[in-house]
Ligand binder design. Sequence first.
Ligand SMILES: CC(C)=CCC/C(C)=C/CC/C(C)=C/CC/C(C)=C/COP(=O)(O)OP(=O)(O)O
Length: 202
Amino acid sequence: MIEGMRMDLKKSRYRSFDELYLYCYYVAGTVGLMSVPVMGISPDSRAATETVYKGALALGLANQLTNILRDVGEDARRGRIYLPQDELEAAGLSEADIFNGRVTDEWRSFMSGQITRARAFFRQAEEGATELNQESRWPVWASLLLYRQILDEIEANDYDNFTKRAYVPKTKKLMALPKAYLRSLMPPSSQTQSQRHYSSLT
Ligand SMILES: CC(C)=CCC/C(C)=C/CC/C(C)=C/CC/C(C)=C/COP(=O)(O)OP(=O)(O)O
């Protein structure tokens, strides 16, 4: 985590998603991983421990990527671009496009790809969240559902994350709480991965 903070002091560009992944891993993935032994895995869980840690890491990454996508304009005004340069280039976008902050079709399509990737990490996080101790499941589900909604708001703003800050309205936030509560009641998986694999074959 400290390494991530150091990285942020030295670096203001990321050549590829691999480089960005490493940064997100350091500053947020590690927080997720450290939370697992604090929150604890449900005694009823039959899932592989790896599934829980992978989920926790994924939630850290998903949150950080979402944060980055929400703050593109704000970061650019401080001279920083936390987006993979090779992917920007492939989408026909330059740094100047980001500093000028024009929402073009190229930008919309680039952003839509970035949002899809962040959602894939949220999906992976869901698998881990179900396996946590009962007491931790509601807050974790709430944070997952609330943060993931920021991505919906970026879409609702027609991908203008230069001049608009994607913001989840209070009513939507409140509505997420009972949804999170219901999800938190979902019991942990009662089968191990190999049992699941076996029963899918029979
Ligand atoms: C899912 C399972 C199995 C466990 C849960 C594991 C957890 C708690 C994961 C979440 C980890 C986490 C809180 C990562 C940090 C996320 C993040 C983007 C923080 C934003 O920090 P700032 O950059 O300070 O935010 P602002 O830009 O809003 O100030």
